[in-house]
Design a protein around this ligand. Structure first.
Ligand code: GDP
Ligand code: MG
Length: 438
């Protein structure tokens, strides 16, 4: 499957400490092949790879992630962007109820099933839906809607098969208003292929009922065909969104990855099984993780992003809590921080803190001088700064090429830090620790 193939590419990337341009090219070529084999639209793949290449080459260097991990992260982010945003999956409701949702699509795509699934789901959310049977070409279609409607406990409006679909839709909406159903879902007929007669019928229904949503139902398992169908339906009907069915049987992901990019219309819901409860709002991030087989990859990235050696950090915070946090600990902590790369980037990686602190300039030079000063002290002096008399200070200053003022400032700051630490410790007591050192 696509997921397996991508995981293989990623496995190779992950191990690499250094990533050459050749490695990157090779990895992206494999990603490209995997996507094409999964039936993702050619143009979508091309643009997708180009965007990743651009970002990977000019990439922000997070030293806590290996270059390979960074490429994986970029692929994941771009894949989410390809499929849209969370807000996309919300239903637009009309100011003048009932809100009309019209389901359209080819025969067998899953419209009737989805009509009942949506009705059931929205009913659970407190709406009062009504289903309307506008497929008059197969007598069994009306019966099918009645059965699934009953299963989810939603009224089904039907007028048999001798009335035109437009008239049924209009009568159904009237009836819904009478019964104070705020939501009408129209189940329409499909064909095996797009034909003019069908499109004319759907256009008529649309014009006569002004739906808030025209959702195209497509079978995810049909891959690129689903994408082409989406494009045609959108051109003829100006759909408001897509519903992807049979995602449970789709191991390729081609339709899910292409539809948004090709039509500009969001995927709003997904059918994930034959049972009427098997429906969910479409989440681009979840889909991306699924396609990438990312459960483990994602948590790996998360871990790397908080690259602090956890045991060290724990030990360190324990030392901070204790009263004998000294200059030696301070030095070790600086080493730890340095290992994680430039400080402002480290700050950027802390969830929720990024935007605020990203632009803070960190004085790396100043840190280096501090380190030099502490290194010129004996262990005894680092552990017990209070023994630093004038002659010791002169020796340290000479050894580190600094000034007495600098040394005094450092000691003053260290004292302040200890006071601050005590306050933090006090306020943390009883609470679970979180954040950088927690
Ligand atoms: P319509 O012709 O578009 O109305 O399609 P139907 O609603 O009658 O569905 C056609 C077939 O697809 C039925 O056998 C459904 O049970 C099946 N089906 C619909 N949605 C899903 C889904 O999400 N997963 C699976 N596995 N089967 C589905
Ligand atoms: Mg049907």
């Amino acid at each position: 499957s696509l997921s397996d193939k991508l995981q293989n590419v990623f496995k190779k990337l992950r191990g690499k400490g250094v990533l050459t341009e050749k490695d990157l090219k090779e990895a992206l070529r494999e990603v490209k092949m995997a996507l094409l084999e999964a039936d993702v639209n050619f143009k979508v793949v091309k643009d997708f790879i180009a965007r990743i290449q651009e970002r990977a080459v000019g990439q922000e260097v997070l030293s806590s992630l290996t270059p390979g991990q960074q490429v994986i992260k970029i692929v994941h982010e771009e894949m989410i962007a390809l499929m849209g945003s969370e807000e996309d999956s919300r239903i637009r409701y009309s100011d003048k109820p009932p809100t009309v949702i019209m389901l359209v699509g080819l025969q067998g795509a899953g419209k009737t099933t989805m009509a009942a699934k949506l009705a059931g789901m929205l009913k659970k959310q407190g709406k009062k839906p009504m289903l309307v049977a506008c497929d008059v070409y197969r007598p069994a279609a009306v019966k099918q809607l009645q059965i699934v409607g009953e299963q989810v406990g939603v009224p089904v409006f039907e007028m048999g098969t001798d009335v035109s679909p437009v008239d049924i839709a209009k009568a159904g909406i009237k009836q819904a208003a009478k019964m104070e159903c705020g939501l009408v879902i129209l189940d329409t007929a499909g064909r095996l292929h797009i034909d003019e007669e069908l499109m004319q019928e759907l256009t008529d229904i649309r014009e006569q009922t002004s739906p808030s949503e025209i959702l195209l139902v497509v079978d995810a398992m049909t891959g690129q065909d689903a994408v082409n169908v989406s494009k045609s339906f959108d051109e003829l009907l100006n759909i408001t969104g897509v519903v992807l069915t049979k995602l449970d049987g789709d191991t390729r992901g081609g339709a899910a990855l292409s539809i948004r990019a090709v039509t500009g219309k969001p995927i709003k819901f997904a059918g994930v099984g034959e049972k009427l409860a098997d429906v969910e709002a479409f989440h681009p991030d979840r889909m991306a993780s699924r396609v990438l087989g990312m459960g483990d990859v994602l948590s790996m990235i998360e871990k790397a992003q908080t690259a602090i050696d956890e045991d060290k950090a724990k030990e360190m915070s324990q030392r901070m809590l204790s009263n004998d946090f000294n200059l030696e600990d301070f030095l070790e902590q600086m080493q730890q921080v340095k290992k994680m790369g430039p400080l402002n980037q480290l700050m950027g990686m802390i969830p929720g803190m990024g935007s605020k602190l990203k632009d803070v300039e960190v004085d790396e030079k100043g840190l280096a001088r501090t380190e030099a000063i502490i290194r010129s002290m004996t262990v005894e002096e680092r552990r017990h700064p209070n023994i630093l008399n004038a002659s010791r200070k002169r020796r340290i200053v000479k050894g580190s090429g600094s000034s007495i003022q600098e040394l005094n400032l450092l000691l003053k700051q260290f004292d302040q830090m200890k006071v601050m630490m005590k306050q933090i410790t006090g306020s943390m007591k009883g609470k679970r620790k979180g954040g950088l050192m927690g």
